[in-house]
Design a protein around this ligand. Structure first.
Ligand code: AHR
Length: 329
């Protein structure tokens, strides 16, 4: 009799383990046991790209301030625009055994190996602002970002209307390989290519910084002289650098040369109220609350949508003065 009981117990236990078991491939990106409890401090690693623009500084502030508000123990790392620094930071977050990682990836590719290591360590990854290109989407939990292609389209539509479908455009592009640089170029082209008399006569990266934006615009002005009707800058900081270059060349930005950019930072609104910048498409950097909501949900064992799109709007000189005081970044 005892033999039968032992055999039955053995079979039941075996069945139970078989039911719970998962092959290596099927393993979820995160440990399923809820790690989030009200009142318990969680440790989060945030790998930030750098401080190349006012937009980036606003994003960092939002993520740091929200951590303070929620009592999150935040490990912050600034990669100074270098992917290898971000990879190092991610590895150190694994060593520190953080509960979750927030990553703003500088470029789209080259993340698989380190994301695999993070997955092995069962740490969930929340991507903010920029996406990554990976074959296995389970390497990250969710992405919270703007639709950069749509931002490019919005800028293109506004400019086509402003120029009446005709003009020479110079383009100041973002960091090569970065999602917003790739997508904002794509979206803008989608619109501009429909107008045979609108031409992008020069296009070069300004690395999302004010100083490089100015430098590249100086070179464009030297090469093209009075042949430029408009500037399309992938972010406000490069547009603000271009404004300086145009003024130093003795021209009136916003009048002699039309300027459209993306971000909607405070300085862009100031430039619009001064008549120097014509239009800025907003890209909201205040991602802290959404990022920690995602962290908490995933640590509670909830499933998240693979992507959450942040809604943006367009502002031009006609509304800038009215809304400038309500801008939060
Ligand atoms: O990824 C968002 C972009 O990166 C912002 O437009 C830009 O200002 C920043 O550096």
């Amino acid at each position: 009799m005892r033999k039968y009981v032992a055999l039955i117990s053995f079979l039941v236990a075996g069945l139970f383990l078989w039911g719970c078991g998962e092959s290596q491939d099927q393993q979820p990106a995160t440990d399923n046991t809820p790690k989030f409890e009200e009142g318990k401090t969680i440790m989060v690693g945030f790998s930030q790209i750098g401080a190349e623009s006012s937009w980036r500084t606003a994003e960092t502030k939002s993520i740091q301030e929200e951590a303070k508000k929620r009592g999150v123990n935040l490990k912050f790392s600034d990669a100074q625009q270098k992917q290898e620094n971000q990879i190092k930071a991610l590895r150190s977050f694994i060593t520190q055994k953080v509960d979750a990682i927030i990553l703003a990836p500088v470029v789209e590719t080259g993340w698989e190996p380190v994301l695999q290591e993070i997955k092995q360590a069962k740490i969930p990854v929340i991507l903010v602002d920029r996406g990554v290109k990976v074959e296995d989407e389970s390497l990250y939990a969710t992405l919270i970002a703007s639709d950069f292609v749509e931002e490019g389209r919005m800028a293109g539509k506004w400019l086509a209307e402003k120029l009446g479908g005709k003009g020479n455009i110079v383009e100041l592009k973002g960091t090569p390989g970065a999602a917003p640089a790739i997508d904002r170029e794509k979206g803008f082209h989608e619109i501009i290519d429909k107008y045979p008399n609108m031409k992008i006569i020069k296009s070069q990266t300004g690395d999302f910084t004010r100083s490089k934006g100015k430098e590249v615009m100086e070179a464009f002005l030297k090469a093209e002289d009075k042949n430029i009707d408009a500037v399309y800058a992938h972010n406000d900081d490069m547009a603000l650098g271009a404004i300086q270059a145009i003024e130093e060349a003795g021209m009136k930005p916003g009048t002699d040369i039309i300027i459209v950019s993306i971000d909607g930072v405070k300085d862009a609104f100031v430039a619009m109220t001064e008549g120097k910048l014509n239009c800025s498409v907003e890209c909201n950097p205040l991602l802290g609350p959404a990022a920690y909501d995602a962290v908490e949900k995933i640590l509670k064992g909830e499933t998240l949508p693979k992507k959450t799109i942040v809604k943006d709007q367009l502002f031009d000189q006609s509304v800038a003065a009215r809304v400038i005081d309500s801008r939060q970044y």
